[in-house]
Design a protein around this ligand. Structure first.
Ligand code: FES
Length: 248
């Protein structure tokens, strides 16, 4: 019985090892599709609002504030896109998917000499914390958009778009506040949380962010697909291909 269990266990382990390419292949397909969609959205559309729904690609509406009509999404979308491109979790994923460096755990590096991010072109990813600061402002605007999504010409209402934009702000908040750089921001630069009567607030905050941080990969994927879906929803409403559901 034990031997049989042991044999079947090693067999499934071998199967798992043999399928190491599935994760990088899925990542490469998903990231490529997302980037292609984002380029299409940013460079081929000038309208990101349908009534009280604003696409996350166009929020905040910097282009309208500045009266710019060329690629309005570009003026803000570069912040969340570069925030994702420099994310520690995404870096691990796209290093595996695109550079095969290494392609998976226990699979040898396919590049000649690993230099990591110690030199250009990848050393720029060290700017991640600065994109975090900018993304915190973007998340605040997304919450404003989520609230406005319940405001139908001055009257409270709930439509499908209201709930979609609310979930979008929630998932992007989870992704942003579970960031490794944010964890360092709230809990870093301290040798001791309780020394010299320091308030415990930062420790509690750091504990909370650490809990979120454990699910950062999940939030990264969920928020990416949700942003994508939210934008597509608004895009289809603008094009008249979809009608919003209203409950109130
Ligand atoms: Fe992923 Fe900062 S580490 S967003």
């Amino acid at each position: 019985m034990d031997v049989a269990h042991s044999i079947s266990g090693s067999g499934s382990k071998r199967a798992t090892e043999a399928g190491w390419w599935i994760e990088p292949a899925f990542t490469a397909a998903a990231f490529t599709a997302f980037v292609v969609y984002s380029v299409w959205e940013i460079f081929f559309h000038v309208q990101g609002r349908y009534e009280n729904y604003l696409s996350p690609y166009f929020s905040p509406d910097v282009a309208a504030w500045l009266h710019i009509h060329l690629w309005p999404a570009l003026w803000v979308a570069w912040v969340p896109l570069l925030f994702r491109a420099t994310c520690y979790y995404y870096r691990r994923e796209y290093y595996r998917a695109y550079f095969w460096s290494p392609p998976a755990c226990a699979v040898p590096d396919r590049t000649r000499r690993y230099v990591g991010e110690t030199r250009p072109p990848m050393s720029w990813t060290a700017l991640h914390r600065f994109f975090l600061y900018l993304s915190l402002a973007v998340v605040a605007f997304l919450w404003v958009d989520a609230v406005q999504a319940f405001d139908f010409r001055g009257r409270f209402g709930i439509g499908a778009g209201s709930l979609i934009l609310l979930a979008d702000a929630g998932l992007l908040s989870l992704y942003t506040f579970s960031c490794h750089a944010f964890r360092h921001l709230v809990g870093g630069h301290l040798d001791c949380y309780s020394c010299r009567g320091r308030p415990r607030f930062r420790y509690r905050l750091w504990t909370l962010v650490s809990d979120l941080n454990r699910r950062h990969g999940l939030f990264a994927w969920a928020s990416m697909f949700w942003v994508w879906g939210t934008d597509l929803f608004v895009r289809l409403l603008i094009a008249g291909r979809l009608h919003d559901l209203r409950w109130f």
